[in-house]
Design a binder for this molecule. Structure first.
Ligand code: IVH
Length: 678
């Protein structure tokens, strides 16, 4: 087929398939048999494979996944993603209302349900979904676009002939409860099969929210497509939008083809807000998605602006949270888990009980103080509640049901894994197993921490393989990963030529991992990846950290005495000193790279960018140099592959005409500089 015919057919197939998709997902009508649909889809996929540049930005093939994500680029949010203040009390809502009226006078509110999923930002340029970014820490998140495109209810192209140049739509991605149950049912079936084959069981999904978060971060988008995530949109951001109120924004989103939950309501008084809250307390359980409260927002956008923000949340909105459901059940026993730092976590094993739709068998107890606070006795009947955490908490004991002569729970004195006497630092609640040298879960935990995505990112190494490596005495600590040989791996069960090569290659690649992530990977107690970043920036290399005093360590932003002390101790432990020596020999990065890498960010990751014209604030060469520095690719001519154009004055007319014809966004110098945060 020639290119012109291919293009015609691609457009035709895409629009047909998009139409059938819409009919099916919005109205539940199938106008075509599954077989015929699949045939059309196959035809389109093949044409797109042959002519990749002809793929439309809203191609239905994007919905079926198939892209394997290597990792998710970090993207800075143009508008920060804030959280909400919250309350459990209706009285406090009066205070919220009064404070607002004191500042802006008369107000109207919009009430929405608080959906329990994962907050996301969706960027649309000229009507096309360009990027879907997780909330992350509120200022930057992960680009998970390929996975999000599989959500059928999210438009890949806005339904309007006159889309705004740039908007961000905010909303909640969730896994419908039915879908959650369907997947868990499948896992149960799979596990039955695995048991027959003597294989390890797969873990069940804990709850819909965690399942959503996990699914969004899956590397294989085809698997994401099989898990039918959904989303509700509740926020619209951009410049010069034709709306004056939040409710108008919601209606506009609907017109543009976004799914807005029909449960929102305009309320003229705080009384009406409270009525909404009461009305939905029970009714919310009939919805397909978990909800944990009501979000109350000032409707008028000018008033919102006037009210502004605190450091963390808007003053124009708040969340009312419904009290968590609780259930009563019996304590069967307590297990003690040993983490990678040796920290002991007691976990209560309970008689299974249904709580807010899921069966609960375990509850976290945090530490010995918590057990003492609850005055927990053997066989006690306890109250369990689901908070925001995955594992429910024990909130109290039903004393009337205590078995006579029941003994108080005695906290363990020795490590359940290696039998070493536990220690507890004077001002800490946690017990620790001090046997960091040979306590098995600590050894394995440290390796698991070392290879995780935010650290050295050795994807091919799973916890089962780590166990195998330990059992075969091939590794004792992370430095041994660097002396593994192919012959060693080939002895292991399930290892073939290919998987052995892949693992060794992935390990070798960690030599390029920057110092800050190596530092995080070491797993120094209390040193998370942000602290590691700050330490790396401040000291520049490992040797300076190793020799720093507690006071010097405390000079680093966000490092307090507890963290400083922990680093100081780590650096004076002979075993750790030896480990770092070995890792240095293995060729890992132990200093920050200064001049060599000019990478300043990755907001432009994966984007093909054309720079054209004359600029005011920077020379054209400088603007061009920003493109790779922020992860983009510079190209000289405009084509259908171009993602955006940075235009100064006197941009060539033929380029301009072509850009407009292809619908490529054109940014001014200022807009571009804002985008890269300059
Ligand atoms: S508005 C600046 N509306 O609640 C306020 N949030 O604590 C932006 N959420 O991370 C949020 N349903 O994940 C808003 N109808 C709703 C919501 C909602 C759920 C979540 C969202 C956010 C968190 C805020």
């Amino acid at each position: 087929m020639n290119e012109l015919d291919a293009q015609k057919r691609i457009v035709e197939l895409s629009s047909k398939l998009n139409y059938y998709n819409e009919r099916y997902y919005r109205e539940g009508v199938s106008e075509i048999s599954d077989y015929d649909f699949d045939m059309l889809m196959k035809e389109l996929q093949e044409l797109e494979k042959q002519f990749p540049h002809l793929q439309l930005p809203d191609s239905p093939t994007l919905r079926v996944g198939g892209v394997i994500n290597k990792e998710f680029a970090t993207v800075a949010h143009r508008y920060p993603m804030l959280s909400l203040s919250n309350t459990y009390s209706l009285e406090e809502l009066n205070d919220f209302d009064r404070r607002i009226r004191e500042i802006v006078g008369e107000v109207e509110y919009v009430c929405e349900l608080k959906f329990d999923g994962v907050a996301m930002s969706f960027l649309y340029e000229s009507g096309i979904l360009k990027q879907a970014v997780t909330r992350g820490d509120g200022t930057q998140g992960d680009d998970v676009t390929t996975n999000i495109r599989t959500i059928r209810s999210l438009p890949l192209r806005m339904k309007t002939s006159n889309p705004p140049e740039y908007i961000e739509v905010r909303g909640e991605v969730f896994m419908p409860r039915k879908e959650f149950e369907r997947i868990n049912f499948q896992i149960v079936e799979e596990n039955e099969k695995r048991q027959r084959e003597g294989k390890k069981a797969l873990p069940l999904l804990a709850n819909p929210r965690n399942a959503t978060a996990g699914t969004i971060k899956l590397l294989d988008s085809a698997v994401v497509a099989q898990r039918r995530l959904d989303c509700y949109l509740y926020g619209l951001l951009g410049e010069n939008l034709p709306v004056k109120t939040h409710s108008e924004a919601l209606e506009l989103l609907k017109i543009w083809g976004f799914q807005v939950s029909p449960t929102y309501r305009l309320c003229k008084t705080i009384q009406q807000v409270k009525e909404y809250i009461r009305e939905w307390e029970e009714k919310r359980r009939t919805l397909p998605v978990d909800t944990d409260g009501v979000v109350i927002k000032v409707n008028n956008l000018l008033q919102q602006e006037e009210l502004g923000y605190t450091a963390k949340s808007p003053r124009w909105a708040t969340a009312f949270k419904y009290k968590a459901e609780s259930a009563k059940t019996r304590l069967l026993s307590i297990s003690y888990q040993v983490g990678r730092t040796g920290a002991i976590t007691p976990v209560a094993n309970l008689e299974p009980v249904v709580l807010a739709g899921t069966t609960v068998k375990r509850a976290s107890l945090h530490n010995a103080n918590e057990i003492a606070r609850l005055d927990l006795h053997e066989n006690d009947v306890v109250y369990v509640e689901k908070g925001g955490e995955i594992i429910p908490k024990i909130t109290g004991v039903d004393l009337s049901a205590r078995v006579p002569d029941a003994l108080p729970i005695q906290y363990i004195t020795h490590c359940p894994e290696c039998n070493t006497l536990l220690v507890r630092h004077p001002d800490e609640a946690q017990h620790y197993c001090p046997n960091s040298e040979s306590c098995p879960p600590q050894l394995a935990g440290r390796v698991e921490h070392f290879i995780q995505r935010k650290a050295m990112n050795v994807e091919t190494l799973g916890s089962e393989t780590i166990d195998q490596l330990f059992q075969a005495h091939l590794i004792k600590d992370v430095s041994d990963l660097y002396t593994l040989k192919k012959e060693d791996l080939l002895q292991l069960e399930r290892f073939g030529e290919k998987s052995a090569d892949n693992l060794l290659e992935a390990i070798a690649k960690t030599r390029e991992v920057p110092f800050e992530r190596v530092l995080f990977a070491l797993g120094i107690r209390y040193v998370g990846h942000t602290t590691a970043q700050k330490l790396a920036q401040h000291f520049g290399n490992m040797d300076r950290i190793m020799t720093a005093s507690v006071e010097e360590l405390m000079q680093v932003p966000e490092v307090g005495e507890r963290i400083a002390q922990s680093i100081y101790e780590y650096c004076r432990n002979p075993q750790n000193i030896q480990l770092i020596e070995k890792l240095k020999k293995a060729g890992l990065q132990f200093e920050t790279k200064q001049e060599t890498s000019k990478v300043e960010g990755n907001v432009l990751a994966g984007k093909n960018i054309v720079v054209s014209g004359v600029f005011k604030k920077y020379k054209r060469e400088e603007i061009e140099s920003f493109v790779p520095a922020y992860g983009g690719k510079l190209s000289s001519s405009v084509s259908s592959k171009t993602d955006l154009i940075v235009a100064g004055e006197n941009m060539g007319p033929s380029k301009l005409e072509k850009a407009q014809r292809l619908g490529i966004p054109i940014l001014s110098e200022d807009e571009f500089l804002r985008m890269i945060g300059k």
